[in-house]
Design a protein around this ligand. Structure first.
Ligand SMILES: NC(=O)c1ccc[n+]([C@@H]2O[C@H](COP(=O)([O-])OP(=O)(O)OC[C@H]3O[C@@H](n4cnc5c(N)ncnc54)[C@H](O)[C@@H]3O)[C@@H](O)[C@H]2O)c1
Ligand SMILES: [Zn+2]
Length: 352
């Protein structure tokens, strides 16, 4: 097992069970809540309970999926916490993907002005990205993650064995965040990732550790996203708008699939505004297309997408603010692009 230390908490990566047992013994929480969805109840909870002796834990189960990352689900969580007389000295264990982590952390941090929580991410996406960095929240008013807060967990426990039951499509979704981490910060990792043909054959552990270290470095330098943390938003300004729109029309598009499309569009913007070479743009587009195919976007949805982008909480003032690449492995924050240019980037993607 490897321990990555952040300023506030430790990330245990690998065979963490003994460390988790010890953590729970030392902290002596009055009650433990385990937040799960129907998939992590089936696939992850039995593993958890076979390793950690736990009596009287309160299980709260919510329906899986991004469409449930909302205030209604929070209400059912808070209600069950009240019914189970959860006090301030309780611990919430978020056992699941990014939806469980973001929403469970949000519910824990606001319940009775905040109880402790830990993250046990069980998807690739949450293991390489969502479980660290302290961003918690839910989708509200058409805008992804528009209500939430920054608050760190007490600890994060990551074991890539959980990925054995994760559907292929979910693995692919998480891979998009890995591509993002490589493109914004490390050309050597990008060179490695772009050659990957078969996602089923990867030893994830080393990649997970790279992403965690890279994100930790960026977040610690700028925890509240005043500047360089915006690098992590590469692919997300357009990607989030595509994801929100898909949610509205009940078209199932996973977070990483939308981000992959966003990465292509924002790479095109990088060529126009940040000197990314055409060869790199083509290489990035080819890699994404090979793995994800194409998300269908209609011309008629452009204005809707622009409205969503302008509503993005990372935007201030006029124009739309992007993180762009000057080359693979190097990113620049705060590039304002005009709406026309953004539309052109969507057209580039559609015509691939
Ligand atoms: N807080 C952050 O910094 C941050 C960063 C990136 C993404 N996110 C958020 O993360 C969310 C996406 O996370 P996600 O991709 O993990 O989605 P998710 O939580 O919806 O999980 C994906 C699916 O996999 C299932 N699942 C989870 N673990 C499993 C396992 N081990 N075996 C089988 N099935 C399993 C879930 O039930 C769900 O159906 C988005 O809401 C996104 O906004 C947050
Ligand atoms: Zn993301």
């Amino acid at each position: 097992m490897k321990i990555i230390r952040t300023r506030d908490y430790k990330i245990f990566v690998g065979d963490f069970w003994e460390a988790l047992d010890e953590f729970l013994k030392v902290a002596k929480y009055s009650k433990i809540i385990i937040l799960i969805d129907e998939n992590t109840r089936r696939q992850c909870l039995p593993i958890f309970l076979s390793k950690i002796k736990m009596e009287n834990a309160v299980l709260i189960e919510i329906p899986s999926g991004e469409m449930h990352k909302n205030i209604e689900t929070c209400q059912t969580i808070w209600r069950q916490m009240i019914e189970n007389q959860i006090g301030r000295n309780a611990l919430m264990i978020n056992l699941g993907g990014g939806v469980i982590g973001d929403m469970g952390g949000f519910c824990a941090s606001t319940f009775k002005r905040g109880i402790n929580f830990i993250q046990i991410p069980t998807t690739l996406l949450s293991q390489v990205d969502a479980s660290i960095g302290g961003k918690l929240g839910i989708d509200f008013g058409r805008v992804k993650n528009s209500v939430g807060l920054f608050k760190n967990p007490k600890a994060v426990f990551i074991n890539s064995d959980f990925l054995n039951t994760l559907p292929k499509r979910e693995i692919r979704s998480g891979f998009a965040e890995m591509i993002k981490h490589a493109l914004i910060a490390d050309v050597a990792v990008w060179e490695e990732l772009k050659k990957i043909e078969e996602l089923g054959k990867i030893n994830w552990l080393q990649h997970i550790i790279f992403c965690l270290k890279s994100k930790k470095q960026i977040v610690e330098a700028d925890p509240f996203e005043k500047n360089d943390r915006k690098k992590l938003n590469f692919g997300h300004t357009i990607g989030h708008a595509i994801e929100s729109l898909a949610l509205e029309i009940k078209h199932t598009l996973l977070h990483g699939e939308a981000i992959a499309a966003g990465v292509v569009c924002e790479s095109w913007l990088s060529m126009k505004k940040a000197d990314l070479s055409k060869a790199s743009l083509i290489e990035i587009s080819d890699c994404i297309l090979k793995i994800y195919g194409k998300v269908e976007i209609e011309e008629s949805s452009f204005s809707n997408l622009l409205t969503l982008m302008k509503n993005d909480k990372k935007n201030e003032g006029t124009g739309i603010n992007f993180t762009l690449l000057s080359k693979p492995g190097e990113s620049l924050v705060n590039n304002i692009c005009s709406e026309d240019l953004v539309i052109e980037s969507l057209r580039y993607y559609m015509n691939l």
